[in-house]
Design a protein around this ligand. Structure first.
Ligand code: KIV
Ligand code: ZN
Length: 500
């Protein structure tokens, strides 16, 4: 059987999704989980882009031992130097060069002729190869590039020492048969192609990123670029969990291939990425959506009880999905909580368990039945709440149909309790304005969503929102049985990402 190399770009292309910004520590936390998941190569960032990006790639390179670590670079000497320097401590470091090759990009982005681009690709690969043995080259917008030129550039960079050739469908324009032909043509027309691994990198603008990636595998690609939850620029990248499970499930088609992904960790990693980026996973998302293994119709439920394969093509256990049920109540102890959290994939030290236990008791007093999804919300709150520039102390609102909404918010900042009052269009708006008065950060609320974590009138309300300030788009998320409190906590979660 042939191995398909899983190249995860959640921390690079995934983080390019507007509002998905992560701190170095959060990136490292995700990198540890990707390593545990069995990802072969982690693309950790674009070091020249910012000092924070450099720091994250460098930190991950120092800490990750089992997966390779890759850094992105344009075909420019300072980019290459930063990328190489950032991945130098890695056990298996890789530099990923990219340069657009389509006529559209050459004409409008670079205003350069093909020969000039060819020369830049050659020079840059040679330079990168001097420092690093493992070089990946991406002719950006490859699927819209003129074939003859694409073959020439691929042949040239392989001659200069590129070890992986990645074919990006940068704008998600292709469909599966086209990708199949493109990979086949590259294999037939680039004389030295056997010296490199062919990779595929698909975006999801037309919803075909996963299908296109799998088609490339069938045509000869042996590395797939993907992201957890399909996070990425615009409509996102090909989703790791979908690719891996398609290969694992459709043995009739992909029987000669395997990946080394520990699929039982998929749900947990998906939750972590969703929680840290603030990007909520749609309930109907394949593999990791909350409803991906739930059967609503009576006919389906009846058939499932008779034989699961009637309506299930995958075993939920294989992706780490645990059916939500009532597990704990106000009499449950710390040990039961810790055990259930571990079953759900969350491992916390004793100090954090104590913290979550306190919140669990408060919740159990308010809610008779505590579901797995409630526990996940509490655990995620703990995972997320790491940046504590501003911490909520209390919130009070006075509102009604016949009085203007007024809010008083108290926040801890540098060991001082700061307080502000404000009115607003509604109680949530009044609270946000009070927070703004305290922090002095002027932001624009781009998105605000409120949903219930479980069913029932006493369910936890979960708020996810996006803010824009100081040229940054950030997301925030929080949950509470009180939706005003959840809103203020989510707002502070986002504000803290701006404040650091
Ligand atoms: O989509 C793209 O072309 C990219 C390259 C940098 C590989 O992300
Ligand atoms: Zn991309």
């Amino acid at each position: 059987m042939e191995k398909i190399i899983i190249f995860d770009t959640t921390l690079r292309d995934g983080e390019q999704a507007p509002g998905a910004s992560l701190t170095s520590e959060q990136k490292l936390e995700i990198a540890y989980q990707l390593e545990k998941l069995g990802v072969d190569v982690i693309e950790a960032g674009f070091p020249i882009a910012s000092p924070d990006d450099f720091k994250a790639v460098n930190l991950i390179s120092k800490k990750i031992k089992k997966s390779g670590v890759c850094a992105l670079a344009r075909c420019l000497a300072p980019d290459i130097a930063a990328a190489y320097k950032a991945v130098k401590p890695a056990k298996a470091g890789r530099v990923h060069l990219f340069l657009a090759t389509s006529k559209i990009h050459l004409q409008y982005k670079f205003k350069k002729a093909e020969n000039e681009i060819l020369e830049i690709a050659k020079r840059s690969t040679r330079l990168a190869r001097k420092h690093c043995k493992d070089i990946e080259f991406s002719p950006e917008d490859a699927t819209r590039s003129e074939r003859g030129f694409l073959y020439r550039i691929v042949e040239t960079v392989i001659n200069e020492g590129a070890t992986t050739i990645n074919i990006p469908d940068t704008v998600g324009y292709s469909y599966p048969q086209e990708v199949y032909s493109l990979i086949t043509d590259i294999r037939n027309n680039v004389p030295n192609i056997e010296k490199a691994v062919i990779a595929i990198h698909c975006h999801n603008d037309l919803g075909m990123a996963v299908a296109n990636s799998l088609s490339a595998v069938l045509a000869g690609a042996r590395q797939v670029h993907c992201t957890i939850n399909g996070l990425g620029e615009r409509a996102g990248n090909a989703s790791l969990e979908e690719i891996v499970m398609a290969i694992k499930t459709r043995r009739d088609v992909f029987g000669e291939f395997y990946t080394q992904i520990n699929t039982r960790n998929l749900f947990q990693v998906s939750r972590l990425v969703s929680s840290l980026t603030g990007f909520v996973v749609a309930p109907n998302k394949a593999i990791v959506g909350r409803n991906a293994f739930r059967h609503e119709s009576g006919i389906h439920q009846d058939a499932i009880l008779k034989k699961r394969i009637t309506y299930e093509i995958m075993n939920p256990d294989d992706v780490g999905f645990i059916e939500s049920n009532i597990v704990l109540g106000k009499h449950s102890g710390r040990h039961a909580l810790s055990k259930r959290l571990a079953d759900l994939g969350f491992k916390f030290d004793a100090k954090k368990i104590n913290e979550i236990f306190k919140q669990f008791k408060t919740l159990a007093d308010k809610k008779k039945e505590v579901f797995d999804d409630d526990l996940v919300a509490l655990a995620e709150e703990e995972t997320r709440g790491k940046i504590k520039v501003y911490e909520l102390v209390s919130v009070r609102v006075n509102t009604g149909t016949d009085i203007p909404p007024e809010a008083q918010v108290k926040i801890k900042h540098k060991n001082k309790i700061l307080s502000a009052n404000s009115s607003g269009d509604g109680p949530v708006d009044a609270c946000f304005k009070a927070v703004d008065k305290i922090t002095g950060i002027k932001s624009k609320l781009l998105d605000y969503r409120l949903g219930a974590v479980t069913s029932g009138k006493d369910a936890l309300g979960e708020v996810s929102l996006k803010l824009q300030a100081k040229n940054k788009t950030v997301s925030g998320r929080s949950s509470s049985t009180d939706i005003i409190e959840a809103s203020v906590r989510a707002y502070l979660d986002a504000v803290n990402k701006i404040a650091i």
